[in-house]
Design a protein around this ligand. Structure first.
Ligand code: PLP
Length: 486
């Protein structure tokens, strides 16, 4: 196996499995079979730079298409609310075992259906451990059903009266980290920490001061759009100083932790009380979530279903087990290091050609371009790049003058194209193509003739030129080489 596990190890076998599956689907709803074929063609033809996306291996993808989808298995391993869960037990136990071994975590919970679900499980497990359990102990009750109406009302009030401190959205945090429109902002009294206005880097002293003043129950670390590494030892120190639980959401960079790019103080798992992640971003697994925990939080996390979740997606847990097994190989380590090296090459290529980057670079898998230096909003830049076949997403930059809808940034990442086998030179070529598009895009005007944040004009011929150059790069590194649906 090369460092690119999206390669198809036995291409004729895999091709024939997919051809036959599509034929079966066609007998019921041919339009779905056609859309599935088309999606592969589209993914093969696009320069995918979305920092949160990747390409899972055929083994991971095939694992999801089975009868495990048909089984209800609420509860947890060996303790289910349904009969006949022995094979689901095997699957869930294996996924958890691979996760524990891979990340060196005392406990792992493989049921969350997504990153948001993983964070909800984490929040409610922390509330259960720190608020509900002590209250029950004090009242001499085994569980909440035993409480009187008055005690229950008081406990409900206490559960809803807790504080959370998370990274602000425009500094790179995620909306589940206490952003008001998300349930996390409604469940908790929340405040946010940000980055230094000069450097764009996390300001640990300001965070410490805010934590001391606000005294949160939970500090959330982790990000969606922060292009730098975090010192989790320092984060834990701050949490300990104020008696907070440290929760780290490593959804974006779990692959870099798994691949031992982030080690020591940069590895969150030993420092966080509870760590959450998605499995489908840099970790390159199926779409889903995972929670890791220190021993003291294990029993509350283990109650994720039915506390927060419905029946587990056993077919996806099976695919998580396969992906986590892949992530334990030396090839994955090589891949993860290439993701970080490639991000550096991309960032340097952009800066060399005049682009302004938030924090002036990167040392993880993502890059945040401040496109106001090209006179554009994020929305205009995202659309112009898409016209040229470059798939990115617009994103706020710190203290964004254009707000969360139009934004001033373009977020890009290297996990997906690194899976296709792109190296440093190809990412430098990608930087050149992106800057060419951005330099040749002019902001448009509104119908009334004023400046528009949405419309734009891409100079004639640029889209075709960039598409041709991208096609050359993509042809050199085909997606799922050998997988032939014809
Ligand atoms: N946490 C972080 C840091 C994320 O970036 C994301 C997704 O973008 C999530 C959680 C949510 O993941 P999901 O879309 O699987 O719910």
């Amino acid at each position: 196996m090369s460092d690119n596990t999206a390669q198809v190890p036995n291409s004729e076998l895999v091709s024939s499995a997919y051809r036959q599956a599509l034929e079966v689907i066609s007998t019921v709803e041919p339009r779905i079979a056609e859309a599935t074929r088309q999606e592969l063609a589209d993914q093969r033809a696009s320069l995918k730079l979305i920092a949160s996306e990747n390409y899972a291996s055929p083994a991971v993808l095939l694992t999801m298409g089975t009868w495990f989808s048909d089984k209800y298995a609420e509860g947890t391993v060996g303790h289910r609310f349904y009969a006949g869960c022995q094979n689901v037990d095997t699957v869930e136990a294996l996924a958890a075992e691979h996760a524990r071994e891979l990340f060196g975590a005392p406990y792992a919970y493989a049921q969350p259906h997504s990153g948001i679900d993983a964070n909800l499980v984490a929040f409610w497990s922390i509330l259960a451990h720190r608020v509900e359990t002590p209250a029950l102990e004090q009242l001499g009750a085994k569980n909440v059903s035993e409480l009187s109406e008055a005690d229950w009302e008081k406990l409900r009030g206490d559960l809803g009266n807790q504080r959370l401190l998370g990274m602000s959205l425009d500094a790179g945090g995620h909306l589940t980290h206490g952003f008001r429109p998300n349930i996390s902002g409604k469940m908790f009294h929340q405040q946010q920490y940000g980055t230094d206005p000069e450097t764009g880097l996390l300001d640990y002293d300001a965070l410490r001061a805010k934590a001391k003043e606000f005294k949160p129950l939970i500090i959330v670390a982790g990000y969606s759009a922060y292009p730098r590494r975090v010192n989790f030892a320092k984060m834990r120190e701050i949490a300990d100083e104020v008696g907070a639980t440290l929760m780290v959401d490593m959804a974006h960079f779990a692959g870099l932790v798994a691949g031992k790019v982030f080690t020591g103080d940069e590895n969150p798992v030993p420092f966080a009380h509870v760590t959450t992640t998605t499995t489908h971003k840099s970790l390159r697994g199926p779409r889903g979530g995972l929670v890791l925990a220190q021993e003291e939080y294990a029993s509350s996390v283990d109650r994720g279903c039915p506390m927060v979740l419905g029946g587990p997606l056993s077919h996806v847990m099976a695919a998580k087990a396969v992906a986590l097994a892949e992530a334990r190989t030396p090839e994955f380590k090589t891949y993860a290091h290439a993701v970080a090296d490639n991000a550096k090459s991309l960032a340097e290529g952009l800066m060399r050609r005049g682009a302004k980057l938030v924090t002036d670079g990167t040392d993880n898998h993502l890059v945040l371009i401040d496109v106001t230096s090209f006179g554009l909003t994020g929305r205009q830049a995202e659309s112009a790049l898409l016209d040229a076949g470059v798939v990115t997403n617009r994103n706020s930059v710190p203290s964004d003058p254009n707000g969360a809808w139009y934004t001033s940034g373009i977020r890009i990442g290297t996990p997906a194209l690194t899976t296709r086998g792109f190296g440093a030179d190809e990412f430098d070529a990608v930087a050149e193509l992106m800057v060419h598009v951005l330099q040749n895009t002019q902001p448009g005007t509104t119908k009334a003739g004023g400046p528009s944040k949405a419309t734009y004009q891409l100079a004639d011929g640029v889209a075709d030129k960039v598409k041709d150059a991208s096609a050359e790069l993509l042809d050199k590194h085909p997606l799922y080489p050998g997988l032939n649906l014809a």
